[in-house]
Design a protein around this ligand. Sequence first.
Ligand code: G4P
Length: 291
Amino acid sequence: MEQQGIQHQGIQWFPGHMAKTRRKISESLKLIDIVVEIIDARIPLSSRNPEIDSLISGKPRIILLNKADTADEEQNRRWIGHYKEQGIFALAVDCKTGKGLNAFLPLCKKALAEKIAAWEAKGMKGRRIKILVVGIPNVGKSSFINRMVRNSKAKVADKPGVTRGNQWFTLERDAELLDTPGVLWPKFEDQIVGERLAFTGAVKDSILDSETIALKLLAMLIAEYPALLESRYKLEGVSALSSVQLLETIARKRGMLISGGEADFERASVMVLDEFRGGKLGRITLEVLRD
Ligand code: G4P
């Protein structure tokens, strides 16, 4: 990992690149009051940066479980509870439609309540909260910024000198959002993380082929969500099948055959992955919190 760059969603991460990102984030931290860490609700562990705590060095933070529309609702609730136990406010949102985002600014204010009270005590009433968005590629950072800007009909305020070219979007009266998100790297060195990012499509130039990814995904779904598979593909007894048997059954059911009448595993794999990523299998969380 230290020797070579790692390709991730079109970004070539070299150790030097990571150092630069670290530096940029620490510069941005001086300008802001709160960090919004966006993660993918379907893979709340794998979609986080392994060094996030030290990167944001004690700044107040909110976690947005984005793409919550595609994740298991019960799991969304549990993950929010889990972060709350760690003293971090979290919110389940869907930045594609904007669902859940109304609660975002009130939650920022809650997380910064002491700081806001201190500002007011110093006569800085109405001081704007300054927000920085961070997250690994493809979690929805741009979608979030676009949504917030559209919702608030935000104005772009350029403050050269003060922010060295950074632009701020004014959200409502009392909050400002830095227009450039901090793009973080995932935990590359962990193979499981790589697989899970491949399931969601976050890693597009995956070293794994579609069939390998689909079989690994199906193995997880057989264990955790057999009923959703049964309902989507009109099957029974999915729990008794291996992932290869299931993929073959799905291919046959959908008429995906190659010459000689054999199941077309490649086509079926691409379809299963597309359906999972598009939410067609139902609401699924791949990293679950149990009782
Ligand atoms: P990034 O800046 O963090 O890299 O992520 P970006 O906003 O570009 O979002 C990555 C993909 O995730 C986009 O899909 C986006 O539409 C989708 N997305 C973002 N937020 C949500 C959400 O809350 N729910 C769902 N279901 N999807 C979300 P895409 O396929 O790259 O583009 P498109 O399908 O929107 O054209």
